[in-house]
Unconditional design. Structure first.
Length: 144
């Protein structure tokens, strides 16, 4: 399986060439947007750790689960009809405590994991606002 991210006109032409040189049958799936960046992933983990260290009320994993549920789920529900339907059918009826458990390992419901850069940026901004409103000093990324 080949996955390519198209960031320029040249990338698009290279993809056309790749497809042109392949033999049918082929299945092509095109998804708008790009996957979240490794920098975004590291930043969210760092912020949860910083919040846990400074607030001393929960673990970083607890913070991560809360943020996934409080900020990530609404973003995913708004942008992904399949996620919304499955979440509403299976997770939404649960208690708050059960939902939080679903956000943690071993279940670890994929919420932020499947976000594109734009969604992850929105999520990180919500997390940043939440933690800083509680007085947490967070590492500032180069670009916010």
């Amino acid at each position: 399986m080949t996955t390519q991210t198209i960031r320029s006109e040249n990338d698009k032409y290279n993809l056309f060439d790749l497809i042109n040189n392949m033999n049918p049958p082929l299945t092509v799936k095109i998804t708008e947007g790009i996957d979240r960046s490794l920098e975004q992933n590291r930043l969210q983990q760092k912020w949860h750790t910083e919040a846990a260290q400074q607030l001393k009320d929960e673990s970083a994993e607890d913070k991560r689960a809360y943020c996934k549920l409080r900020f990530g789920v609404p973003i995913r529900r708004a942008n992904d009809e399949t996620f919304q339907a499955i979440y509403d059918r299976t997770i939404r009826p649960l208690t708050y405590e059960q939902k939080i458990e679903c956000m943690k390992v071993p279940i670890d419901l994929p919420v932020t994991r499947d976000m594109k850069v734009k969604e992850m940026t929105e999520y990180l901004e919500a997390v940043y606002q939440h933690y800083t409103s509680l007085g947490v000093k967070l590492t500032e990324p180069q670009e916010r």
